[in-house]
Write a protein that binds this ligand. Structure first.
Ligand code: UD1
Length: 459
């Protein structure tokens, strides 16, 4: 390993948004052309679950291409709280989970990061007993964990929920989960990941039917396989895992972030600018690229891992969010920003999450013509948006506001940057490098920008 490693301890890991996130805003001056190339970071959602998966490994585990994000740091802090030793050197994390001293994840940490609940699978498989607080509500809907719990029960776990804490244990002397056939009522990404991790160390074969097929599920399977797990079918609707007694050390690189890449593709389309990006796995962006083509852009492969967007006149389309390989819910808000300035009438149906259209009100503040009917947004394209003070309401909504601001006349001021910091590595710097005019500026703590009243009304 190059350079001097930093040992992460609980108090050294940055677990909340950078101090400036709460009292800084992003100012963006729109309608400047973009150009050049942007580097895509490792995938947030893959990194989060691979970090949880590292709990399965009693030997040294090296992870590369780990993005520097608040959510990822939070997951690191949860691992530390469980007794895992972590050393970080840039985007390389060295993880030693040989000695897990605690089997209870702290509520303060789990409540800030829903994905930390996914650690229930590896912890149970490794220790035979685990307590994890329910992750609780979330800005984009109720997000229950019933599918995770029912799957673990099918594998022989005893699961009790008391006072908001899930206590899962494996009865019997050998404290080993039993292989089972599990049908998921819905192809939940998190439940598929929890159960796949749990099954790696189970006794016998586990079949997960109606499994999620997202690339992050495949990345987790590849990571587990690199440690000796026996997994087949990841990326299809049926995943078969033959349990092994023990996993071994690994050196694994996280897959590029398809949602970050998709966000930059939309940036090119909305700013009518040709930009390129790498590394990406073009096959992971099938639905995103198909919709950009419908809207009027061309996306070309410059090499096996490099894409370029060549924008055209933007026109309306209809989008329905679906599990992979359908159109990703994590790209819905960004495409809504694009459709607000695309000629004609578009619709967007959000079918994955129940409350993921809160950015509509903020886009309306910028002059977008959007009507909401339940979880369907009807968008009539306008020639341009106008800059306004707006509030980010969740992670992808914050990206949508940045994109909308690129197409807006005048200055947009975005508050709520803690959402952006959760999932986009150096977005401001990357956009600046492409020629966008934006900067993060501190604000007086007592200052009450105009957008606050409208956003708090939505909470
Ligand atoms: C993951 C991603 C998130 C993405 C989502 C869908 C991570 C860290 N997050 O979230 O960015 O938007 O996939 O692609 O990887 N559900 C249940 N019961 C359960 C589990 C889920 O009813 O036990 C429901 C949820 O409420 C939601 C739907 O299933 O309506 C999809 O959720 P799921 O696929 O589990 O998403 P996450 O894994 O939470």
């Amino acid at each position: 390993m190059e350079g001097r490693p930093i040992t992460l301890s609980i108090d050294r890991i940055q677990t909340s948004a950078p101090p400036e996130a709460g009292n800084s805003v992003l100012q963006i001056w729109g309608r400047s052309p973009l150009h050049g190339h942007v580097r895509i970071s490792g995938a947030k959602n893959a990194a989060l679950v691979v970090l949880a998966g590292a709990l399965l490994c009693p030997e040294h585990c090296r992870l590369r291409n780990v993005p520097s994000l608040v959510d990822v740091a939070r997951m690191g802090q949860i691992l530390s709280a469980l007794g895992v030793k972590i050393q970080q050197n840039g985007d390389v994390w060295d993880i030693d989970a040989s000695d897990i001293s605690h089997s209870q994840a702290p509520y303060e940490l789990v409540s800030q990061l829903r994905a930390s609940f996914f650690a229930i699978g590896p912890l149970l498989a490794r220790l035979g007993d685990v307590r994890i607080p329910l992750p609780g509500g979330c800005a984009i809907g109720a997000r229950p964990v019933d599918l995770h719990v029912r799957g673990l029960q099918a594998m022989g776990a005893d699961v009790q929920i008391h006072h908001g804490v899930v206590h899962a244990s494996i009865p019997g002397v050998d404290r080993r989960l039993k292989g089972a056939c599990i049908y998921l009522d819905y192809p939940s990404v998190g439940a598929t990941e929890t159960l796949m991790m749990a099954a790696t160390l189970a006794d016998g074969e586990t079949r997960i039917e109606n499994a999620a097929q997202e690339p992050e599920v495949v990345d987790l399977a590849n990571f587990c396989r690199s440690m000796g797990a026996k997994i087949q079918g990841a990326g299809t609707k049926t995943i078969i895992i033959s349990g092994v007694r023990r996993l071994h050390e690994t050196d694994y690189s996280i897959v590029p972030d398809r949602i970050e890449a998709g966000t930059f593709l939309v940036a090119g389309a909305i700013a009518h600018s040709e930009i390129s990006m790498s590394p990406v796995v073009p096959d992971h962006l099938g639905a995103t690229i198909a919709k950009l083509r419908d809207i009027g852009s061309r996306v070309v492969r410059e090499s096996h891992d490099c894409l370029r967007i060549i924008p055209g006149e933007n026109r309306a389309t209809d989008i329905e969010t679906l599990p992979y390989p359908g159109f990703p819910t994590d790209m819905q808000a960004q495409f809504m920003a694009l459709l607000t300035v695309s000629e004609g009438n578009s619709t967007i149906s959000e079918t994955v999450f129940e409350n993921r259209l809160r950015h509509v009100a903020e886009l309306q503040r910028m002059g977008a013509d959007i009507r909401l009917k339940g979880n369907i947004a009807v968008i009539r394209g306008v020639p341009f948006l106008s800059g306004a003070p707006v509030m980010a309401t969740d992670l992808r909504a914050s990206a949508a506001l940045v994109l909308a601001a690129l197409a807006a006349d005048g200055m947009t001021t975005i508050q709520g940057l803690q959402h952006l910091d959760r999932g986009y590595e150096n977005l401001t710097e990357k956009m600046q490098k492409l020629g966008a005019k934006l900067e993060r500026v501190p604000v007086e703590v007592n200052a009450q920008p105009e957008a606050e009243s409208s956003a708090s009304a939505l909470k």
